[in-house]
Design a protein around this ligand. Structure first.
Ligand code: TXA
Ligand code: MG
Length: 328
């Protein structure tokens, strides 16, 4: 496949990318969270190409992107009142709602579930692409299955360059971690994956507590996000999540440090500071690119410092735990 890297702010590029999608091709595009690997969500053959390109198992359902709330009936059978409240408050934005699907959505998109994850992305290129293609777009993060998500077009090209028809380059993603996934499958809202919208914000909007599904119960498939495997976001270099500030590593070992804030870090072969300003939003925006840079150094071990689990910190710690689980 010959790869087209197109500027995401150019209407002619959007028109070309939309044409590729309408013909059943694959287009990687920027969103405010991470880059997505998109195909026409209502075309099962096109969606199958996503799974092939990512080497993604078909038990892992995809998120369907919509241009705005008025598109909900294209994918969703019914929207509970609380879901409508969240959509009204957080769309466009980093929130995915899991709702009953219509028959128009192929089973492959939802891994056979009767529900579909939908969101309206808050990125001008993503929304322009949706409008011009005039199709809901199924898009997982544009990385190989199990690897760190891409927050720049270069990350996409590195892993999937020969497997997509076009990449829209919109620069680095603003939020940097994926959307928060809220399921209504069991009636009341439950967070399946912490992400760009903090659980505290959801609770504030709904005026009630919202639960978080932490780990997958082995036999309970009703509530949980099927793709939320423990081993995910893996670096090639083993990563260990610390319980406090890192100590100086022993002499001779080649250890990298993923620090949350500035501070003394002697003896490390490489150091990445996620939030020089101490803000969780800055840490989230830097997280995946910093992990990739550390991983590229070919070190023996990466140590990650923890951050507070409040607000966006919950999404950051979730990704670091999963990354550490891959490094046994
Ligand atoms: O920010 C994001 O959400 C990014 C951008 C591209 O929009 N997308 C993303 O997609 O993170 P992906 O494929 O990496 O994560 C999709 C996850 C699945 O692994 C699964 O956990 C959950 O969404 N999911 C999707 N549909 C679901 C459903 N019907 N029921 C439960 N979980 C679902
Ligand atoms: Mg992903």
């Amino acid at each position: 496949m010959s790869l087209l890297v197109l500027p995401a702010d150019d209407p002619a590029a959007i028109a070309e990318a939309a044409g590729i999608l309408r013909k059943g091709g694959l287009v990687a595009f920027p969103t405010e969270t991470v880059y997505g690997l998109g195909a026409n969500a209502l075309d099962a053959e096109a969606v199958a190409r996503i799974f092939a390109a990512k080497a993604r198992p078909t038990f892992d359902p995809l998120i369907v992107h919509l241009a705005d709330r008025s598109w909900l009936p294209r994918a969703v059978r019914e929207t509970p009142e609380a879901a409508a409240v969240l959509a009204g408050r957080f769309w466009p934005g980093p929130l995915t709602l899991v709702l009953p699907k219509t028959s128009a959505v192929p089973d492959l998109v939802t891994a056979g579930l009767d529900t579909v994850g939908v969101r309206v992305p808050d990125h001008p290129a993503a929304r322009a692409l949706l409008e011009v293609a005039d199709r809901p777009i199924a898009a997982p993060s544009a990385n190989l299955f199990g690897c760190v998500s891409p927050t720049t077009a270069a990350h996409v090209v590195e892993q999937l360059g020969d497997r997509v028809d076009a990449v829209l380059d919109g620069g680095p993603c603003r939020v940097g971690v994926e959307s928060t996934i809220v399921s209504f499958a069991a009636g009341s809202p439950v967070v399946l994956r912490p992400g760009g919208v903090a659980r505290e914000e959801l609770e504030q909007a709904l005026g009630r507590a919202v639960g978080l599904v932490r780990e997958r119960a082995p036999h309970d498939t009703a509530l949980v996000a099927p793709g939320q495997l423990e081993r995910h976001y893996a670096t090639r270099t083993p990563l260990r999540l610390l319980s406090g500030r890192a100590e100086t590593p022993g002499r001779g070992s080649r250890v990298g440090l993923l620090a949350f804030a500035e501070g003394p870090a002697q003896g490390f072969a490489a150091v990445e500071v996620l939030a020089p300003d101490g803000q969780p939003a800055t840490a989230a925006a830097n997280l995946f690119a910093a992990l990739r840079r550390l991983d590229a150094r070919g070190l023996d071990l990466l140590l990650a410092e923890p951050c507070s689990e409040e607000g966006l910190g919950s999404a950051i710690m979730d990704r670091l735990r999963r990354c550490a689980a891959g490094a046994v």
